[in-house]
Design a protein around this ligand. Structure first.
Ligand code: ATP
Length: 458
C-alpha cells in the first residue's frame, strides 16, 4: 500500500468528501436544511445497504440460532409505558435565559450558556420520544410515538416467534430499521441525529448462562467490525459504571470507536436480565414465560442485547477507510473500504470515447454488472477517473485501451496498491469475483503479464 500522509482526519474533511462524491447530503438542503437529518445519496445508499447486508449475513444468515424480524415503527402506546420509556427516556434539559438555546445539562462543563455565556434555567427532564396522532382526531387518546429503538417490536413478539418457529433457547431475533429520538443536542454529522437507523439483536437465554452468552456477543460484535476492515487500534470496549447502568441491567459494555471527535459509542451490548419480558407480561396480562421441556422448568428468559447504529457504523467505516497519500506532486484521497462495504466494486473505464473501443467497454460492463455493483465512466482523463474511483473507494478499475481490440485483454488496476495487471477479457469476471472475495492470486494467462513497478498507473 502507498505511503500515508500522517495527519488527523477532521469531520469537516469527511463531510466535504461525502457531499462532493454523493454519499451524504443535508436533508432539505434547498430550504436551508433540516437540523440533524441526513439524506444518503447514490454512493451513501450503497454503502449503507452494504453495511446492513453484512450485518444481516453475519447475525441471521450464517447462524442457526437467529431469526430476522421487521416490526412496525408505530406501536401500542402501552408498550412504552411497560418498557419505561414514557417515564425514564428523558434527558435533563436547560435553557439559556438570554439566547434561548437549549442544552443537555449532563453534557455541560460550566453552569453558563456555551453559546453566549448567559444564565441557564434549572434542569427539567425532557422526554426524547416523538409524539404524533393515530387517525384523524388529534386528542390525547390517539397519541402514538415514533419508536426510539427497534427492540420493543421484538420483545412483544417473543411468543409469536417461539410458537411459529419452534425454537428452543438460546435463540435470538435481529431487526434493523428507523428509530427516532428528539435529541436535545445533535451534531457531529451522522453521529447523532434525530432520525437514524439501528441494527439490534435480542438474544434469549436461560438465566445462569447469560454471562457466557454476553461474552460470546461481545466477541462476535467486535470481530464483525474487524473482519470488515476496521483497524483494531481504533476499537475498544468500555464497561458501564454502576451509575450509568439502567436499574434492571446486569451489565453493559460499549464498543467505542476512535472517531475524529474522540472515542465514542458505536454499539452498546447489555445484559438486560428478565426485565423486558417481565414488564410486557405484567402490562399485557399475557405470559411470556419459557417452558424447558428437558428440565421441565418454567422461567422468564434473560436477554442479551447487542444494539448498533447503522449511521454510526457508516461513519466509522468512512473514517477508518479515509487516507491521504502522496502521489507525485499531488495528494491522493482514497477510501480503503473492505470490498464487501465498497459502494461500487468495479469501474469500467475505456481509454477513449472512440468506437469501436466504447462498444467493447460497454460489452465488458454488461458482462460484469449482473455480478456486482459497477460504474461505467468515459469522461475526462484516465488519471482523473482513477482519482474519482479512489475517492469512492472502488477496489478495482478495468481499463480498456486500443490494444484490447487487438489482443482481447484488459487491465485491472487495484485501488490500494495502484498495481495493474493485464488479463484476457474472458477471464475478467471470474478474476474480479475471486479478488473481491479476498483471493488475491496471481493471474498468469497465456500472453498475460504482471506489470512491473514502473508501469504503475496514474
Ligand atoms: P448515546 O449515549 O450516544 O446517546 P445511547 O446509549 O442512548 O447512545 P442506545 O440507546 O444504546 O444509545 O442505542 C444503540 C445504538 O443506536 C447506539 O450505540 C448508536 O449507535 C445508535 N444511536 C443511538 N442514538 C442515536 C442517534 N441519536 N443518532 C444516531 N445513532 C444513534
Amino acid at each position: 500500500m502507498a505511503e500515508k500522509i500522517p495527519g488527523k482526519l477532521t469531520m469537516e474533511k469527511l463531510v466535504s468528501l461525502c457531499q462532493r462524491r454523493g454519499f451524504i447530503f443535508q436533508s432539505s438542503e434547498i430550504y436551508g436544511g433540516l437540523n440533524s437529518c441526513w439524506d444518503y445519496g447514490p454512493m451513501g445508499v450503497e454503502l449503507k445497504r452494504n453495511v446492513k447486508e453484512a450485518w444481516w449475513r453475519a447475525v441471521v444468515q450464517e447462524r442457526d440460532d437467529m431469526v430476522g424480524m421487521d416490526t412496525s415503527i408505530l406501536m401500542h402506546p402501552q408498550v412504552w409505558e411497560a418498557s419505561g420509556h414514557l417515564k425514564e427516556f428523558a434527558d435533563p434539559l436547560v435553557e439559556c435565559k438570554a439566547c434561548h438555546q437549549r442544552w443537555r445539562a449532563d453534557e455541560l462543563t460550566g453552569n453558563s450558556c456555551p453559546a453566549c455565556g448567559g444564565e441557564l434555567t434549572e434542569p427539567h427532564m425532557f422526554n426524547l420520544m416523538f409524539k404524533t396522532f393515530m387517525g384523524p382526531v388529534e386528542e390525547e387518546a390517539n397519541i402514538v410515538y415514533l419508536r426510539p429503538e427497534t427492540a420493543q417490536g421484538m420483545f412483544v413478539n417473543f411468543s409469536n416467534v417461539l410458537n411459529t418457529t419452534r425454537r428452543r433457547l438460546p435463540f435470538g431475533m435481529a431487526q434493523m430499521g428507523k428509530s427516532f429520538r428528539n435529541e436535545i443536542t445533535t451534531g457531529n454529522f451522522i453521529f447523532r441525529s434525530r432520525e437514524f437507523e439501528q441494527m439490534e439483536i435480542e438474544y434469549f437465554v436461560k438465566p445462569g448462562t447469560d454471562d457466557e452468552w454476553f461474552n460470546h456477543w461481545l466477541e462476535e460484535r467486535l470481530n464483525w467490525y474487524v473482519k470488515l476492515g476496521i483497524k483494531k487500534d481504533n476499537l475498544r470496549l468500555r464497561e458501564h459504571t454502576k451509575g450509568e447502568l439502567a436499574h434492571y441491567a446486569l451489565g453493559c459494555y460499549d464498543i467505542e470507536y476512535q472517531f475524529p471527535i474522540g472515542w465514542s459509542e458505536l454499539e452498546g451490548i447489555a445484559n438486560r436480565g428478565s426485565y423486558d419480558l417481565t414488564q410486557h407480561a405484567t402490562h399485557s396480562g399475557r405470559s411470556l414465560d419459557y417452558f424447558d421441556e428437558e428440565t421441565r422448568e418454567r422461567f422468564v428468559p434473560y436477554i442479551i442485547e447487542p444494539s448498533a447504529g447503522v449511521d454510526r457504523s457508516v461513519l466509522a467505516f468512512l473514517c477508518d477507510a479515509y487516507e491521504e497519500e502522496p502521489d507525485k506532486d499531488e495528494i491522493r484521497v482514497v477510501l480503503h473500504f473492505h470490498p464487501d462495504i465498497a459502494p461500487v466494486k468495479v469501474a469500467v473505464l475505456p481509454l477513449s470515447r472512440k468506437e469501436p473501443l466504447t462498444n467493447l467497454a460497454r460489452q465488458i460492463h454488461a458482462d460484469l454488472r449482473p455480478c456486482f455493483m459497477t460504474q461505467f465512466d468515459d469522461t475526462q482523463s484516465i488519471g482523473r477517473r482513477y482519482r474519482r474511483q479512489d475517492e469512492l473507494g472502488t477496489p478495482y478499475c478495468v481499463t480498456v485501451d486500443f490494444q484490447s481490440l487487438e489482443d482481447n485483454q484488459a487491465t485491472i488496476r487495484e485501488r490500494d496498491t495502484m498495481n495493474q495487471i493485464r488479463i484476457p477479457i474472458g477471464e475478467l469476471r471470474n478474476s474480479l469475483l475471486a479478488k473481491l472475495a479476498g483471493e488475491d492470486l496471481f493471474v498468469l494467462p497465456p500472453g498475460g503479464q504482471i506489470w512491473k513497478e514502473e508501469n504503475k498507473g496514474a
